[in-house]
Design a protein around this ligand. Structure first.
Ligand SMILES: [Fe+2]
Length: 252
C-alpha cells in the first residue's frame, strides 16, 4: 500500500476523503489470477476508503497468460470493493483495443458504474462529490504508434452542475495539462510507473511527456495529479523498481 496526502486548493476546510485506487490489473493467470484480485480487494477494503476507484486496463495483453480471467469473473471480484460513496471504474487503452463490450457488460452486471465520459454525483450535503471518468486517449489504433482518443473532458465536466468537488478518473496522465483547476484531483494509471524505474527515473514511459507524469503525486499550477504504478503487467511480464501498489489517497 502506498499513501498519498493531497491538499488541493479550494478543498472544503475540514473535509477528509479517503480514496482507494486500483489500476492496471491486466487480469489472467499466472500473474493476476482471481485469488490475487481477491487479495487486492481485501487490501483496499482494509483501508476503509470512502470511495474506491479502478482505473482501467483489465486486459492482460501479453502472451504469457496460462489461464484467462473472464470479464465477469474480474468484475465480480471487484464488486466486493466496499466504500460508502461507492466504487467506480473506467476503461484503459488495452480494454478498447482487445474487446471492450464484454467489459462494459461485466461491469454493468457486477453493479459497478463504468464512467466513459460521464460524471456522477455521490454523497449528500457537505459530503457531496462528483466522480468524473474519461474514456481512453488511446482508444482507437489508427496505425502503428498512432491513436485517436475517445475522451471528452469538456463534455464530461459539463455534466457537473454544482459546486461540489470533482475527482477526475483518467486512464492516461497525458490529459493532465488540459485539466482545469475546477477539478480538485486527477487520478491516473497506465504508466506502471514506467514498469522499470531506476533511482526515480523511468527510461520507458508510455507518455509523450516522458517522466513528467510517470509516477506519484504531481502538482502543477496548484492542480493535483496522482499516478499509480498499478498492479499488473502488460506486453512483457516485467516490473523492476516499481512494486505493484494499492494507493490510498487522503484528500484534505
Ligand atoms: Fe494503459
Amino acid at each position: 500500500m502506498v499513501h498519498r496526502a493531497v491538499s488541493p486548493p479550494g478543498w472544503p476546510a475540514g473535509r477528509k476523503l479517503r480514496i482507494a485506487v486500483l489500476a492496471d490489473l491486466h487480469v489472467g493467470e499466472p500473474y493476476m489470477g482471481l485469488g490475487r484480485i481477491g487479495r487486492i480487494v481485501d487490501t483496499a477494503n482494509d483501508l476503509r476508503p470512502d470511495l474506491a476507484v479502478v482505473l482501467g486496463d483489465y486486459h492482460a495483453s501479453h502472451r504469457f497468460v496460462t489461464r484467462e480471467v473472464t470479464p465477469d469473473e474480474a468484475a465480480g471480484a471487484l464488486a466486493r470493493l466496499r466504500a460508502p460513496l461507492g466504487r467506480f471504474a473506467i476503461l484503459g487503452n488495452h480494454d478498447y483495443w482487445d474487446g471492450v463490450q464484454p467489459w462494459r457488460n461485466a461491469f454493468r452486471r457486477a453493479g459497478i458504474p463504468l464512467l466513459e465520459n460521464r460524471a456522477q454525483r455521490v454523497g449528500e450535503g457537505e459530503e457531496a462529490l462528483w466522480v468524473a471518468g474519461l474514456a481512453s486517449m488511446l482508444a482507437i489504433r489508427i496505425r502503428r504508434g498512432e491513436f485517436r482518443g475517445l475522451h471528452n473532458l469538456a463534455g464530461t465536466l459539463r455534466q457537473v452542475t454544482d459546486e461540489a468537488p470533482v475527482i477526475l478518473l483518467a486512464h492516461e496522465p497525458d490529459i493532465f495539462p488540459t485539466v482545469p483547476a475546477r477539478v480538485a484531483l486527477t487520478l491516473c494509471g497506465h504508466t506502471h510507473g514506467g514498469q522499470v524505474r531506476l533511482a526515480g527515473y523511468s527510461p520507458m514511459v508510455p507518455s509523450k511527456f516522458g517522466n513528467r507524469y510517470a509516477y506519484g503525486h504531481i502538482v502543477e499550477d496548484g492542480r493535483h495529479l496522482v499516478v499509480s504504478a498499478g498492479l499488473g503487467v502488460s506486453l512483457l511480464p516485467v516490473r523492476f523498481g516499481v512494486p505493484p501498489e494499492v494507493v490510498l489517497v487522503e484528500v484534505g
